[in-house]
Write a protein that binds this ligand. Structure first.
Ligand SMILES: [Zn+2]
Ligand SMILES: [Zn+2]
Length: 351
């Protein structure tokens, strides 16, 4: 029975002492294992995970290790549980926690800064200088601490956003992907290589989509912006070609946000950036309580995440879900793994 000292539980949400969790072995090796159900500390809660979406970054972590980092190194064979886009129900409260109640539905932000370093004090907790040091209070669930491909996880109260009752579990897990799409820039131009995904992008509000295999993205963006280029470009592919497209489609004084992780050093037209006073910056995670803001946008129906949620699997079928996400089986876009059907895990464990 789960009854750690100082932790508040409720008979309505019985918590087992052991839980099922997927654990990363070597590259592309995942095992469904029993782990002790984790114990929340002060300002933390135990979240029963109800649904978790698969992100391209999860696929990178499971295959290559980076950008996850456990004990200062690659996350392989360290009993590490990946998964970072999840939502669930508060199942137990750490000592002194009264900000949330057991039974509340929450979506999570993965980063909890240490709260004491210079960057955290500036509010930049996703750039915490104690990144990867759980002893200092830093967490990045699914990257430096255990994540969501499990029955339970620990979250700092600052990383929780309440989920409106009208929103389905699967929709709520997509909240972290929503913000950029819902904030009303005009025109919104989306580039890509797959016409089906581009069509969904149109449904989500893109004013113009460009298939870069068929059109010159830089020329089209210039045409659509009176010849000057875009104010704000978000680069999500991380290849040398797309980085250089981003540089050349941004206007003077514009901004480029780098949202992908290139796998190799890239050669870019830095002179063009300097001559045109273009700002380039990386982002890591969401920051600035973006999950909460995204939740508000979705509650107002400013962003319909159901359009990109294409497949759902039980947690025990995680390997199948990962294959659908990686190989885009049946044109999968956002694949969600759910924990809600009792008995699924029990039957998987028996295999
Ligand atoms: Zn993600
Ligand atoms: Zn910090």
């Amino acid at each position: 029975m789960y009854d750690p000292s100082g932790v508040k539980t409720s008979p309505e949400f019985p918590v087992p002492a052991q839980m099922k969790a997927w654990v990363l072995g070597g590259p592309d090796e995942l095992f469904l294992r029993d782990k002790p159900t984790p114990v929340p500390g002060s300002a933390e809660v135990l979240v029963r995970i109800d649904a978790v979406a698969i992100c391209a970054t999860d696929l990178e972590v499971i295959h290559g290790g980076s950008p996850a980092s456990i004990q200062g190194g690659l996350p392989f064979n360290k009993n590490f549980t990946p998964g970072h886009e999840y939502m669930g129900t508060v199942a137990a409260l750490g000592p002194g926690v009264d900000e949330f109640e057991i039974g509340e539905r929450v979506s999570v932000e993965i980063h909890a800064g240490c709260g004491q370093c210079k960057r955290c004090r500036q509010g930049m907790y996703t750039s915490c200088l104690n990144y990867g040091k759980p002893d200092k209070g830093h967490r990045a669930n699914g990257f430096t601490t255990d994540g969501g491909f499990a029955e339970y996880a620990i979250n700092h109260i600052n990383t929780l956003a309440r989920v409106p009752d009208t929103m389905s579990d699967a929709e709520a897990t997509l909240v972290v992907t929503a913000v950029a799409k819902a904030l009303g820039a005009s025109p919104v131009i989306l580039t890509g290589t797959r016409n089906k995904r581009l069509a969904i992008g149109k449904g989500l509000g893109a004013d113009r989509v460009i298939n870069i295999a068929e059109e010159n993205a830089v020329e089209v963006v210039k045409q659509l912006t009176g010849g000057i280029g875009a104010d704000y470009v978000i680069e999500c592919a991380g290849t040398e070609a797309t980085l250089n497209q981003a540089i050349h489609m941004t206007n003077r004084g514009g901004k480029i946000c780098l949202a992908a992780f290139p796998h190799e050093p890239v050669t870019t037209d830095l002179a063009h950036l300097v001559k045109n006073n273009i700002y380039v910056y990386g982002i890591r995670g969401e920051g600035r309580s973006a999950t909460r803001r995204a939740m508000a946008l979705m509650a107002e129906k400013r962003f319909d995440a159901t359009k990109i949620h294409t497949h759902t699997f039980p947690l025990a079928d995680l390997p199948t879900a990962l294959r659908y996400a990686r190989d885009r089986v049946e044109d999968a876009i956002k694949v969600v793994v759910t924990n809600r059907r009792a008995g699924i895990l029990a039957s998987a464990a028996a295999e």
